[in-house]
Design a binder for this molecule. Structure first.
Ligand code: COA
Length: 447
């Protein structure tokens, strides 16, 4: 069977940078260490007033197509994953295709376009759809363009304001990919939950603390489901585990849970037993509460062992460095985590060819999904084409008053007029260009 997976990746970060410990924390009267040490965040990327989910998605896709020498006729499918859509009927992929058609000779007339929704897990679902489409042999030799694009803004004053962000990631899904092949094995944990939702409203209703618990519960179920299908896993099976990263502190919790599951009944559990005892098993406890308490004590002891901290530094930490600088991008976050690990590997001369990643996605509402990917021989040359440092550095810093203006400009309920202040200069990119006669958003390419 032909391998199918991720052939190329491009990232477009919102062009503004809000310093979290230096600017947001003092303005909100908070300790900067809540951001740096607690949440693990240093900055949020935010879209300038001429940017939105379409411009960011189209700009990421354009750069990807240019770099990979791809033209519209090579693309048979465009799927956009987002939880920031502004149109309940016309999918964001049509807006993005329309942008790209302004500057390419050909068009996407014969490409299947759609939009995927399931909070932050929908980017992974869109990759799934593309994988299935290619595997089913319906692609006529063409590739799929999967774009995860979001403006992750919360109501001003909401606790979620600490974890905001905005950006897009475009991925080419193809046969014989240069970066990662996807395995068929998957695990799911999925339940009807109300931890985070947007019932026909722009900003989310979110129970932040509960969303953390739901993330962990669904992730545990996804791991159980995966192990049920594919047999027990071992922590040394995986070079990296990119998790959905709303903020790195969330991954600190998820990694502890994952590691505990991965070492159960292995030589690692046995080796650590001298120091911290064996893992508690439910059958040894009279009630669930007691079992949970013992489990959380064991997890705390586990995460302070050298074995765990070394594993965390090698396997998890490299997936987090972009997130620390950009915040939450919702649908794109887990894919940014994968890109972070690959970029870190290339920068540090690691030999990742044939290494396996366990990719752990999550979307509120709620669903976790895990699957394996294998790194391909051409990975290093390919990922080095993504100039992430340049993208991060070219952002313009904004102060708190400017942040308030930008937040208002993106707030659908605030009329900020048409003559909006901008904080950066658009160059060789798509920009928002006002509304058309049917209330459609319009775009133009700035040379
Ligand atoms: N020094 C070190 N750590 C600090 C600190 C300080 N001065 N102040 C706070 N912290 C730690 C807290 O202990 C906490 O860590 P813990 O959860 O490991 O205990 C972390 O920083 C966050 O602080 P907290 O007071 O809980 O922040 P908050 O009330 O602003 O809520 C979220 C944080 C994530 C719940 C909130 O930002 C949110 O709702 N985000 C959106 C939803 C989301 O992203 N959910 C994730 C699952 S998808």
């Amino acid at each position: 069977m032909t391998d199918v997976g991720i052939d190329a990746i491009e990232i477009w970060t919102g062009k503004l940078r809000l310093d979290l410990p230096g600017t947001l924390a003092p303005a909100k009267g908070e300790d900067p260490e809540k951001y740096t040490k607690g949440l693990g965040l240093f900055a949020s990327s935010l879209p300038d007033t001429y940017e939105d989910i379409v411009t960011m998605g189209a700009n990421a896709a354009h750069r990807l197509m240019e770099r990979e020498d791809v033209v519209p006729a090579d693309i048979g499918r465009i799927d956009v994953a987002t939880e920031s859509a502004f149109d309940n009927s016309k999918p964001v992929s049509t807006y993005i295709a329309g942008c790209l058609e302004q500057i390419y000779d050909g068009d996407f007339r014969h490409a299947n376009k759609g939009e995927r929704k399931f909070a932050c897990v929908s980017g992974t679902q869109a990759i799934d759809d593309a994988y299935n489409w290619i595997r089913a042999g319906r692609h006529r030799g063409r590739s799929a363009l999967v774009i995860a694009t979001d403006t992750a803004l919360y109501e001003r004053g909401d606790a979620g304001e600490a974890t905001q962000g905005g950006g897009a990631i475009a991925m080419l899904i193809a046969e014989n990919p240069k970066l990662m092949t996807l395995s068929q094995a998957q695990g799911f944990g999925s339940m009807d939950e109300t931890d985070f939702l947007k019932p026909n409203q722009q900003f989310p209703s979110v129970d932040g603390k509960r969303s953390i618990q739901v993330y962990l519960a669904r992730m545990r179920e996804a791991i159980e489901d995966f192990e049920g299908q594919n047999g027990e896993m071992h922590p040394e099976d995986y070079a990296h585990i990119p998790f959905h990263t709303p903020f790195p502190g969330m991954v600190r919790k998820a990694a502890a849970l994952g590691y505990r599951r991965l070492i159960r009944d292995t030589d690692v559990e046995e080796a650590l037993a001298n120091k911290i005892g064996p893992q508690p098993r439910p059958e040894a406890f009279a009630d669930t509460e007691e079992y949970r308490e013992a489990l959380s004590e064991y997890t705390e002891a586990l995460t302070s062992t050298d074995r765990y901290t070394t594993w965390y530094e090698e396997v998890i930490e490299p997936t987090l460095w972009i997130s620390r600088e950009v915040g939450n991008w919702y649908t794109g976050s887990v894919h940014v985590a994968r890109a972070s690990a690959l970029l870190d590997g290339a920068a540090n001369g690691r030999d990742l060819t044939d290494a396996r990643f366990l990719v752990a996605s999550y979307g509120s509402g709620a669903q976790a999904e895990i699957h394996e990917e294998a790194v391909q021989p051409g990975w290093k040359r390919e990922i080095q084409k993504l100039p992430i440092e340049d993208h991060l550095e070219r952002r313009s810093d904004i102060d708190f008053e400017e942040y308030e203006l930008v937040h208002d400009a993106h707030n659908h309920d605030v009329d900020t007029g048409t003559d909006l202040r901008t904080f950066s200069v658009p160059e060789h990119e798509f920009v928002f260009d006002g509304w058309g006669p049917m209330n459609e958003r319009q775009y133009r390419f700035v040379t």
